[in-house]
Design a protein around this ligand. Structure first.
Ligand code: ADP
Length: 353
């Protein structure tokens, strides 16, 4: 950001940082990406500005590659509180819930998919959007190997699998492609998946959020009827600190947190049936109490959960009567009840800090 302050908008008014034009900064190792938001009419004329911004960042020590992308979809976010201005996407969707975690690898995607399937098993029309643009896992977990259709070349039809309407950026790019974002960056891609996918009428859309970055949370909270967020955490302290970060990100954009799920909570030995609390146990419950959010339940660290998720038929489908599937079902029903009580949509009061 400091470096980009040297880049001035040729139209005047100051530098591109002060003008609120820079967003979506992503740093992966030495690879840096960001977006510069511009008035659509000025897009083509601002190519030199884009190049200059890339050039400036490329000179920073440790930077290997830089991708700056001009986006032209919204006015810069002002630094004062405001109401959401953008279009409300997803007119046919009653409730959107975001599944998030403070860091990767805690089982957020596995939990999101099984919860979505459990919500659907409860008789709801459910969609799942894999917004984890850096490591989309929905194609693997749902066993989807085909690309979605787009009969009119504009709207994308989500893929129906195991009774869920599914969409993932992973459907569009080959699996081995490293997800270093060129083209539309994270926010653009997320917006596009909300805007250009023909979700139809859904009771619930579950969004598997990218880890970290407050930007995705902000985009989502501004553009869709976000009923709330569910935070997935493992019992370890470190993960809990990260869960707190995830929670704060939603609180910042005034999205209600529906609760915390403790994943990999305990281990039942498949040989002797004995229980081990590998990462200690109950931390998330205590932490939820302390933070004043609901504790939604715990999911064991379980071989069948991993095998079925990684094999394309998650446990809720593969073994609907198993205790593991029932654990997901119980959490899904708690969430379902909460959505019904809230009428699905939370009041859209957004405070940008
Ligand atoms: P994240 O989305 O947080 O990065 P994933 O859902 O991709 O995490 O899970 C990471 C790995 O852990 C996957 O191989 C998944 O199958 C496995 N996993 C997730 N939850 C469990 C669980 N409760 N028991 C066993 N393995 C799990």
């Amino acid at each position: 950001m400091e470096t980009l302050r040297a880049i001035r908008d040729p139209a005047g008014g100051g530098d591109i940082v002060a003008l609120g034009m820079v967003s979506g900064i992503v740093v992966r190792g030495g690879n840096v990406g960001f977006t510069i938001e511009v008035d659509p009419a000025r897009g083509p004329a601002l190519e030199p500005l884009r190049k200059a911004a890339e050039e400036a960042v490329r000179k920073l020590p440790g930077v290997l590659s830089v991708t700056a992308v001009l986006t032209a979809h919204r006015a810069p976010v002002p630094e004062t509180p405001r109401r959401p201005a953008g279009p409300a996407y997803l007119p046919g969707v009653t409730s959107v819930i975001a599944v998030a975690s403070g860091k990767g690898g805690v089982g957020k995607s596995t939990t999101a998919v099984n919860l979505a399937l459990a919500l659907a098993a409860g008789g709801r029309a459910v969609g799942i959007l894999d917004a984890d643009i850096f490591g989309p896992s929905l194609p693997t977990m749902m066993g989807i190997r085909r690309r979605p259709a787009s009969p009119d070349g504009k709207k994308i039809i989500p893929i129906d699998q195991h009774g869920l309407r599914c969409m993932s950026i992973g459907f569009m790019v080959p699996e081995e492609t490293p997800m270093i974002w060129r083209g539309p960056m994270v926010m653009g891609a997320l917006e596009q998946m909300l805007r250009d996918v023909e979700w139809g009428t859904l009771d619930v859309l579950v969004v598997d959020m990218p880890p970290g970055t407050g930007d995705a949370q902000l985009t989502l909270s501004q553009r869709v009827p976000l009923a709330g967020a569910v935070i997935v955490s493992t019992p370890q302290d470190l993960a809990l600190i990260d869960a707190r970060r995830g929670l704060n990100m939603f609180r910042k954009v005034d999205v209600p947190v529906l609760g915390i799920i403790e994943n990999m909570s305990y281990f039942i030995c498949p040989h002797c049936g004995g229980r081990s609390d590998i990462f200690t146990h109950g931390g998330a419950r205590k932490e939820a109490e302390r933070l004043g959010v609901e504790f939604l339940g715990e999911i064991p660290l379980d071989m069948a959960i991993r095998e079925t998720a990684d094999g394309g038929t998650p446990i809720v489908i593969a073994a609907p009567d198993s205790p593991q599937a029932k654990a997901y079902a119980a959490i899904a029903e708690r969430i379902g009840a909460r959505l019904a009580a809230d009428g699905g949509r939370a009041a859209p009061r957004i405070v940008v800090q």
